[in-house]
Design a protein around this ligand. Structure first.
Ligand code: PHE
Length: 448
């Protein structure tokens, strides 16, 4: 059979990898723009509550299932079930997660490819290579295929090296770089004219928005995507954790880092939009909403970089470097979900498996690139809007109802001796059984 299972070598290694998975385009791009279009600080408030009261308990369900089963998601879920029906249900959930993780990776790779192209573009500009600069910053199938492919290759190279020397080593290098770049950019932007206006929008809540059901639904979706929930990523990372570590503590650290970085990214992006407006950028759409998504990143922010004179290209490199790093530590965690299953059930080596699965997923990216208008939105909605919440419910049902209660509790005690005195112990097992699935169903129902 297969080679021995990988394991994270230290707590820090796990925290860097899991936080690296969580912190991605969802934090640096998604969170600030959702905040801007959903009533500013009111959204931040709703997000904070949902991240800790809904996403954290769901994350704990995944980490517990993962570490207990010490296996890939398909066989792991089947192993905690006892009847043929629940075992089937476990395999189904595992496969559904693998498909969704792969599809998220296929569209994520395209966006990350744009980031890589924009990372290189300022260098072309500094060397006065105008044609190259133009090619790098204009949408074209050729550019998207080349840079998407480059990014997919980086993701595969890291995953091929395994848990400790691939995932852990690179997350531990890249995450500190990400934080330093983020802080440098914030200091720069906050000292520019116009920044105060953005800060006001970001930090002063319009409380009337808090009763808006759309706001709550968007905040929930954002929390699920941002913490990489549902698709099995956190379950797989949990399966590489040692029995000496306290799951509730590690989960709380990862949640706090993820929320903290999303909040901090808001301090950069929203003020940056207003600084760009100061330099002539249009930051509102025709319907009066703040621009979001690609328009924000590839139209508004470049106005800002251009206004900076000689510093502009360097700041642009720092910004798109930040986006590329954030994407890479997330994309590796998505690829690990299908790769772990194949490595554990086939004779082939990890590098071969990685190359085959990564190649198939990039082929899907290529199909989406070539049919962008009809496929991109469809894949994003199918995976993030519908599948992630459904899978979130299924995993809570597994931890709360299907995994035997004694096994659940003894798994939680590993690495956390005095856990019986904690609030977590008293609340969580019941909470994950009833409250989490109910809340997800409710918000989901509203969003339909
Ligand atoms: N959490 C990542 C982000 O915020 C996205 C992600 C989703 C990663 C699902 C893994 C699994 O960008």
């Amino acid at each position: 059979m297969s080679s021995p299972r990988g394991q994270f070598s230290s707590k820090t290694g796990f925290i860097m990898a899991a936080a690296g998975s969580a912190v991605g385009l969802g934090n640096i791009w998604g969170f600030p723009t959702q905040t801007a279009s959903n009533g500013g600080a009111a959204f931040v408030l709703a997000y904070l509550v949902l991240a800790f009261c809904l996403a954290y308990p769901a994350l704990m369900a995944e980490l517990t299932l993962g570490r207990h089963s010490r296996s890939n998601t398909v066989d792991g879920l089947a192993s905690v079930a006892s009847s043929p029906l629940t075992k089937f249900f476990g395999r189904f959930t595992g496969w559904y997660g693998i498909v969704v993780a792969s599809l998220i990776l296929s569209f994520y790779t395209i966006i990350a490819g744009w980031m890589v192209a924009y990372l290189i573009a300022p260098a072309a500009e500094m060397m006065s290579l105008d044609a190259a600069h133009h090619w790098l910053t204009e949408q074209s199938n050729g550019r998207n295929l080349i840079f998407g492919g480059l990014f997919a290759g980086l993701t595969m190279a890291i995953i091929a090296s395994g848990v400790e020397s691939g995932i852990e080593r690179w997350s531990t290098r890249l995450m500190p770089a990400l934080i330093v770049l983020l802080l440098l950019l914030i200091i720069y932007v906050l000292t520019q004219e116009g920044a105060a206006e953005g800060l006001k929008l970001y930090l002063l809540p319009d409380l009337s928005q808090l009763t808006n059901p759309d706001l709550i639904v968007s905040a929930m979706g954002q929390a699920f995507f941002s913490l990489s929930l549902g698709v099995g990523t956190m379950m797989i990372y949990g399966s590489y954790l040692s029995k000496d570590d306290s799951l509730p503590r590690l989960g709380a650290i990862v949640t706090t880092v993820d929320v903290g970085i999303a909040f901090t990214a808001g301090l950069l992006i929203i003020p940056a939009m207003f600084v760009a407006q100061h330099h002539g950028a249009t930051i509102y759409s025709e319907s009066g909403d703040l621009l979001a998504g690609p328009d924000l990143i590839f139209q508004v922010l470049p106005v800002l970089f251009e206004s900076m004179g000689a510093a502009g290209p360097w700041v642009a490199i720092a910004f798109f470097g930040l986006m590329t790093i954030a994407s890479l530590t997330s994309s590796i965690s998505m690829l690990e979900v299908p790769v772990a299953r194949a490595v554990e059930t086939s004779q082939a080596s990890r590098p071969v498996v990685t190359l085959i699965i990564g190649g198939i997923i990039f082929a899907i990216s290529a199909v989406i690139i070539l049919n962008f208008g009809s496929l991109f939105g469809l894949v994003v909605d199918f995976t993030t809007k519908y599948s992630q919440p459904i899978l979130g419910i299924l995993l809570c049902i597994f931890a709360g109802w299907i995994m035997h209660r004694d096994r659940l509790l003894s798994e939680l005690k590993e690495g956390h001796e005095d856990i019986e005195d904690s609030l977590f112990w008293k609340i969580w097992p019941v909470y994950v059984r009833f409250f989490c699935p109910a809340l997800i169903v409710l918000s989901f129902y509203k969003s339909l």
